[in-house]
Ligand binder design. Structure first.
Ligand SMILES: [Ca+2]
Ligand SMILES: [Ca+2]
Ligand SMILES: [Ca+2]
Length: 511
């Protein structure tokens, strides 16, 4: 896009087009756009707000964007060739101290059946006129799928199990090796999976204070994608105060609505994550962790002279820490390089962060109506170093690195009291202090780029503090419990809320 739109103004417009898109990383870089199973769409990390679980942190890694729920017959298995990882730095050097690795295996249990999932009622048998060699009463369609294993799972032909490996101190330990963990399939429809919510809930596994879930779910992200990519043809660019304050109502259509995504979630005790092994208070220099997710594929060739650390057979395809960095800070020509590099080496990209083109594009596209701070943009350093207001004073800043930083000492905000604008709305347990599924990272990041973190009145007031795409909420309610995302949309009855259709407030969304 940058290459095609040469005029300076057009370049600025093209950059601004990215404003609402950086929340999710759906197909954001050239390589990952071609490798959808390894394409990380979103990464979340937050102190668990499920009642009784607030001494834990939940990580959610979503991959494989824009899954249409009706897209059978194979739907959306995880890729057994991909290593899905969640990494945690707890001593401020942007190098992982703890890693959670997920690998999937696929089995086809009914190889003669034309679809991955089949079932109805208590089963359907051959009628009297069934041609030979079948005879009346022979089972044809198995019972509806009500279980991931054992009775009720007979129609679950394409089934995936997965392993969870915890890597720390150079040691790899398989978590939950005493039981099989099944990935939850897509929601095919009410005949095949009549009690899908119960089926999905079977995919939550618990042991040793940890829980995991893997499966197809609702995409927790939301955005007015269509307006964005129609050459910045925004339906709303600056929200009115009333629109901005209504966290439950969309002014414009959520173009990700009705789509699923593949989700991996893991919840672990905070004491497993801090370098002290303790529950640290928010003002402790040991309270803030940095976390990111990666996807990797087997290396095709092993380069000579690789160090032991590089000797693994995996090559990183993508990584994601902050939803902001790769989307709007890194130049398009560097996005693939960024995807395959390590956070500890992010100083090579620091110039993008300290003078982001996007900020200049916003300034230009609004004809100067949106003033922006001059570079170097040190106000953005809390996103790329351990610094206040996320990490407390006295924390070692560490190198410039794209990590999603989470101060685990900050108590989680109860589900019903959370603000979509997170930290900007005074909700200290929200993005950019970690990221919850309901945080409007699109609007938060746009405003951060416009300078609202500077604390300088010129940049913290309107219109800078009301930039937004007019999509404020997910299309379906989140869960107030692990794994927090909503279960998958039904292939038979899901619907996308499109412009001109019902789904914005009490009326239709604008065209
Ligand atoms: Ca470290
Ligand atoms: Ca959704
Ligand atoms: Ca928004």
């Amino acid at each position: 896009m940058f290459e095609k739109m040469k005029p300076l103004v057009a370049v600025g417009m093209a950059a601004l087009m990215a404003v609402p898109s950086f929340g999710a990383n759906h197909r954001e870089a050239p390589i990952t756009a071609l490798d959808h199973p390894a394409d990380i769409t979103d990464f979340y990390a937050f102190r668990s707000y499920e009642p009784g679980q607030t001494d834990k942190v939940t990580f959610i890694l979503c991959v494989d964007p824009l899954l249409e729920p009706s897209n059978g017959p194979n739907y959306f298995p995880f890729d057994p060739e991909v290593l899905y990882s969640i990494k945690v730095d707890n001593n401020n050097d942007a190098v992982a101290d703890i890693e959670f690795q997920f690998r999937f295996q696929t089995e086809i249990r009914a190889p003669g059946v034309f679809t991955g999932f089949v079932g109805a009622g208590t089963g359907v048998n051959a009628p009297a006129n069934a041609p030979a060699p079948a005879k009346e009463g022979d089972p044809v369609i198995p019972p509806a799928i009500t279980s991931l294993d054992g009775p009720g799972s007979g129609g679950l032909s394409l089934r995936q199990s997965y392993t969870v490996t915890v890597v720390r101190g150079g040691q790899s330990t398989e978590w939950g090796s005493l039981f099989r963990k099944w990935a939850v399939p897509s929601n095919v429809g009410p005949r095949t999976m009549p009690e899908y919510d119960k089926l999905a809930a079977q995919g939550i596994y618990s042991s040793q204070g940890m829980r995991t879930f893997a499966g197809t779910t609702d995409d927790a992200f939301w955005i007015d994608l269509g307006a964005t990519f129609d050459s910045l043809n925004f339906r709303t660019a600056v929200l009115t105060p009333a629109q901005d304050n209504d966290d439950a109502t969309n002014v414009n259509a959520d173009d990700v609505s009705g789509f699923n995504v593949n989700t991996i979630a893991i919840e672990v005790p905070i004491t497993m994550l801090t370098r002290t092994g303790n529950m640290e208070p928010a003002n402790s220099p040991a309270s803030t962790i940095g976390t990111w997710a990666t996807t990797s594929r087997p290396r095709v060739t092993v380069r000579g002279g690789a160090s032991p650390a590089d000797a693994s057979s995996w090559r990183q395809v993508q990584r994601m820490g902050n939803p902001l960095i790769n989307e709007v800070i890194i130049g398009t020509g560097s996005k693939d390089k960024f995807s395959v590099s390590e956070p500890k080496d992010d100083a090579q990209f620091a110039s993008f962060a300290l003078d982001p083109l996007l900020a200049r594009a916003i300034n230009a596209a609004f004809g100067g109506a949106v003033p922006i701070p001059p570079p170097p943009r040190t106000d953005l350093l809390p996103l790329v170093t351990y610094a206040p207001p996320i990490a407390p004073v006295g924390t070692a800043a560490g190198p410039v690195a794209d990590l999603l930083r989470l101060n685990i000492g900050v108590m989680p905000t109860p589900f019903g009291n959370q603000k979509r604008m997170g930290l900007l709305a005074g909700d200290g347990a929200g993005f950019p202090n970690g990221r919850r599924v309901g945080d409007d990272v699109t609007d938060i990041a746009a405003r951060a780029v416009a300078g609202v973190l500077t604390g300088i009145a010129t940049f913290t007031g309107a219109p800078n503090n009301r930039i937004g795409d007019g999509v404020n909420a997910n299309d379906v309610p989140y869960q107030n419990k692990f794994p927090y995302v909503a279960w998958a949309h039904s292939g038979r009855s899901s619907r996308h809320v499109d412009p001109g259709e019902a789904g914005c407030g009490t009326g239709n969304c604008p065209q």
